[in-house]
Design a protein around this ligand. Sequence first.
Ligand code: ADP
Ligand code: ASP
Ligand code: MG
Length: 452
Amino acid sequence: MIVMKFGGTSVADGAAMRRVIDIVLGHADLKPLVVCSACAGVTNKLIEVADAALQADEATVGQLTESLRARHLEAAAELLLNAAEPLRRETAAQIEELSAELKRLAEGVVLLRECTPRSRAAILSFGERLSTLIVAAGFRAAGRDCRLLDARELMLTDSVYLNAAADLAETRKRCKKAIQPLLESGCLVVTQGFIGADARNVTTTNGRGGGDLSAAIFGAALGVAEIQIWTDVSGVYTTDPRLAPNARTIARITFDEVGELAYFGARVLHPDTIRPAVADAIPVRVRNTFDAEHEGTLLVPDALPDVDGIRAVAIRKRVILLSFAMRSANRTSRFLAGVYNSLVNLGIEALAAQGSEHHYVLCLEDADAAASLAREFREFADVDISEAAVLCAVGPRVAGADGAAVVARLAQVLQPFEALFVQHHVGNISILAAVPAERGDEALRAAHDLIS
Ligand code: ADP
Ligand code: ASP
Ligand code: MG
């Protein structure tokens, strides 16, 4: 058994879905579980539906839900162009039914003027429910035995509706019972990424980009031989190819390295994806739906130290940098204890931190939290808030004895960009550097040019 997960661009329309079907059929002997995202851009549109409904903007809700309905009908018509009439009719009727349900739900929000995380998750779930219904019909049109299973009956989660964590033990039990026999019998199985349900059967979602995480959880639950993440680029690149045109595919990268890159902005993988796979040592391969022959990138526990220094760089934008210049060095510990206590109370994590006895810098995501910390501690320190981008460089030699040399090279390259800090702690597998927000992309390209 393997898991094949297809992201939004891979199922963007009928033509893309046809490619997905061909790719999966080419792997049919490996007994694939097919996990799909919503069609590209649909989750964003569903967020707009929820927002418009909350504003009681009925006209916008009407337009958006109608355009989503039309888009999915069109994708199905294109994919099923040569399919038998009953299958075409049945699929269209299912799309109509889901579209009507979405509209009713949004109208409910309009009436209530309230969109709780629970309602929002319910609205967001329609993207994956619609795309998978069309893809499953595509397999049937190709003459294959195919079952569409609702991920909400497989993935048990907690009740954090928009960022739900899975109950791995129960999900494993359900997957073994519902999916494994079907796959073993040669039937194809399609299910949704991103969605699940809590113990009371209430729909949940696992965070933006969570389809990758769902794929990894399903893969771990079934103990598959490989988890394949099919996307719109040929694997994990040396950096985001949209930001540096000379970026190139990395053949092998370690789980740790890719986890760090994902956390610091490389959206090619959801940052938590690798966790379930690492725990069970399941190989993960990132591949390109639009270049299916390309081997892509294999994620492995250990990779060869085959590059000198940096293997890849990522950039996390919209970071708030909070600098404290302490007035009294001998109270630093007490001061920091206070700062971290406030972070805990605010329920937020620092992305990175760097400090000495006089000066301490925190990188946060949340501007309001930064402002509140600045107010709270201005009595003890001169506080400065600025917008920054954080670069993250990973590589096989970064953590070792050669790390200092790599840091020095990076610091030198970033100097013209007025780097706010370049940070590396012994043993860390990554180097972090903060630059002013507006210099982020340029600094990323300069750091990327260090990769040999
Ligand atoms: P999907 O919809 O398939 O999940 P995403 O858009 O979430 O796809 O992720 C793929 C995108 O990630 C690519 O189009 C690319 O622009 C971006 N990306 C960012 N960093 C990297 C990287 N290091 N390697 C490859 N792609 C990256
Ligand atoms: N559809 C969801 C999103 O756009 C999940 C995913 O695509 O992974 O965030
Ligand atoms: Mg993604």
